[in-house]
Design a protein. Structure first.
Length: 342
């Protein structure tokens, strides 16, 4: 008998931080991967190109350079490759940048996700997994954040577009029976990370002898999630597409499954909230030098704390992220020193 063909995954944002790590793991597990990325200049393009170059070394990886909002592009690739799984990571990221340039979030996050949903309607995959964010919880103060609690008061336009993506995807799941999981990510960090994120900024500044800005005068807490833990969570969920429930009363307690659609929201975090100052101490320890600290006010659109309840992820996959911050930060610093030769 001929060998079975590899499963096919279509990953948007494949040259991004999370997309790169996810594609590496999918390829290592024998998936054929169609990676779509626009290689935009929101941060240094050379870093995205370096990630993509590594992926292109694998014979089962194919790349498409295009913006997801381009009319007809996604539908053409859905039709050509008929992906079993779609993991939608492409987005305009960043809470603070959404204040400076909100239109880019409309184009990438709203229009781009609409194009993806239309492509899936025309060529349904077995399972769609779309990236959302812990920022969707907004002004919520009940912690740890559980997927079943209300999330109606977003604090930034970035978060608002991601919450809109959840509503858009739910409507398509209901209307067209598309099994869909929304992934609420919590402060992802690790090697090959984004230069606009805190760990990258802290490391670069400390090595250069420059001061670091510490927002809210250090009174911040985050559920820091190591990138390979996040990828493990995504991989575990790919094989667990939600099904439309027979009746609302059949939904288990604590499950975010929609009563009217094959749709679910799942947190992926470390299930621990860490003080920002402890995170900075881990960076200093890994670098072997202290930071010059500049304590400043909270930034518009930011929230003082995040903390994920990951019970649903564990029930669905048997997996619980658990990389300690000091270990994850040390791995990032090792990568940073090697990549930038410092």
């Amino acid at each position: 008998m001929p060998a079975a063909l590899p499963r096919t995954a279509l990953v948007t944002g494949s040259a991004g931080f999370i997309g790169f790590h996810l594609c590496q793991r999918l390829l290592a597990e024998g998936w054929q991967v169609i990676g779509i990325d626009a290689l935009t200049d929101y941060y240094e393009v050379a870093l995205k190109q370096a990630r993509q170059a590594r992926l292109l070394e694998h014979p089962l990886f194919r790349t498409v350079t295009s913006r997801i909002e381009t009319p007809g592009m996604l539908e053409a690739h859905f039709a050509a490759h008929k992906p079993d799984a779609v993991i939608h990571l492409a987005a305009q990221a960043g809470v603070r940048y959404s204040i400076e340039n909100p239109e880019s979030y409309v184009e990438a996050n709203l229009i781009g996700t609409f194009r993806l949903l239309e492509a899936a309607r025309a060529h349904p995959p077995i399972h769609m997994l779309l990236a959302s964010t812990s920022s969707a919880y907004g002004a919520g103060v009940e912690m740890p954040y559980a997927e079943t609690q209300k999330a109606d008061f977003q604090m930034s336009f970035y978060a608002a577009t991601k919450k809109a993506n959840e509503a858009m995807a739910h409507s398509y799941a209901h209307l067209y029976d598309l099994p869909t999981t929304m992934l609420r990510f919590f402060t992802v960090y690790g090697p090959w990370g984004r230069p606009d994120m805190a760990l990258f900024k802290f490391t670069r500044a400390i090595l250069a002898g420059d001061p670091i800005n510490i927002y809210n005068h250090g009174q911040m807490r985050r559920d820091f999630t190591y990138v390979t833990d996040l990828v493990d969570g995504i991989l575990g969920l790919i094989g667990s597409p939600p099904a439309r429930p027979a009746a609302p009363e059949t939904i288990p307690d604590g499950d975010s499954l929609s009563p009217v659609a094959p749709f679910r929201i799942v947190n992926i975090g470390n299930s621990e909230t860490v003080p920002l100052m402890a995170f900075i101490e881990a960076v200093e320890a890994a670098l072997g030098q202290s930071a010059e600290k500049n304590f400043v006010d909270m930034q518009p659109g930011d929230v003082p704390a995040t903390w994920a309840d990951t019970g649903l992820l564990e029930r669905l996959t048997g997996y619980r992220p658990e990389t300690p911050v000091k270990d994850g930060v040390a791995r990032f610093v090792d990568w940073y020193r090697d990549y930038y030769d410092v």
